[in-house]
Design a protein around this ligand. Structure first.
Ligand code: MN
Ligand code: MN
Length: 267
């Protein structure tokens, strides 16, 4: 059940309306990392969630994001308002001025319509929580850029609140994922192929004009990782023989024989 209270979650005050900035604010209204996308992503994940503890969290945060949508919409509308009467202001976004009457609509800052494609909902709770952590990080950095381009104190204040809440959510999703007690590299139920899972392919080679070189780091060395000079030696194509060799190397025993191709793919 949804209930609306005639108060904003955070008071919004704009000293100087700036239609161009109002247009930028729409990125967080109808954009890919905006408040509507967040609200619906978490709420719909919540509808699908059978873990009642984390379902409660998804519905709490999803609902808070709707309150953020109301704040950013109010803020954007205040900045866009001069478009209703001023030709000069209208020129900063003819779509909003002419088609939308100077009000907010569900478009991003470039006028592209909001789409459900923005939502990441897999129905696998730990996978969804990872998407949410990334979504909060993206929302945070978009707010930070808006703050950096903003010269209105009242607007900055509201954006600082919205940006802060994204970090609060990022912490909550991270804690919820950690508390599931899952191995961070175990996704779903089917285990990855041993051996192959630890191969790192050096697929970008040589030295670049900007000084780019082949770098070794924790992502391609240590803890069982096998560095493969793939392209130079044409080892990039992984054959079934190679997979069998890797399984034997990693586990010390030969893999279960797989059914012949013709049998496996017979209709
Ligand atoms: Mn938000
Ligand atoms: Mn958030």
């Amino acid at each position: 059940m949804y209930h609306h209270v005639k108060k904003l979650m955070y008071t919004v005050h704009v000293d100087h309306a700036d239609p161009s900035f109002g247009n930028m604010l729409l990125e967080q209204f109808g954009g890919a990392n905006g408040e509507l996308a967040a609200a619906l992503q978490y709420s719909i994940q919540g509808l699908n969630c059978e873990d009642l503890d984390r379902k409660d969290m998804l519905m709490d945060i999803g609902t808070e994001e709707l309150s953020h949508l109301e704040i950013i919409g109010t803020l954007a509308r205040m900045h866009l308002k001069p478009m209703k009467t001023s030709r000069r202001a209208a020129e900063s976004d003819p779509l909003i001025a002419i088609a939308g009457g100077g009000g907010v609509s569900l478009n991003n800052s470039m006028g592209n319509p909001w789409t459900a494609d923005y939502l990441k909902i897999t129905g696998e709770l730990d996978v969804d929580l990872r998407s949410n952590i990334a979504a909060e990080a993206r929302a945070k950095i978009v707010y930070e850029r808006l703050i950096n381009f903003c010269d209105d104190a009242g607007t900055k204040d509201a954006l600082q609140f919205l940006m802060t809440r994204e970090i609060t959510h990022l912490k909550a999703f991270t804690a919820a994922l950690d508390s599931m007690g899952k191995d961070p590299f175990t996704i779903g139920n089917i285990p990855p192929t041993p051996g192959v899972v630890d191969q790192y392919f050096n697929d970008s080679t040589g030295q670049g004009d900007q000084g780019e070189i082949d770098v070794r780091g924790p992502w391609n060395e240590g803890s069982g990782i096998r560095y493969v000079e793939a392209p130079m030696k044409m080892e990039a194509q992984v054959t079934q023989e190679e997979v069998s060799r890797e399984i034997k190397r990693a586990t010390g025993k030969a893999p279960e024989p797989t059914a012949p191709r013709s049998k496996r793919f017979r209709r």
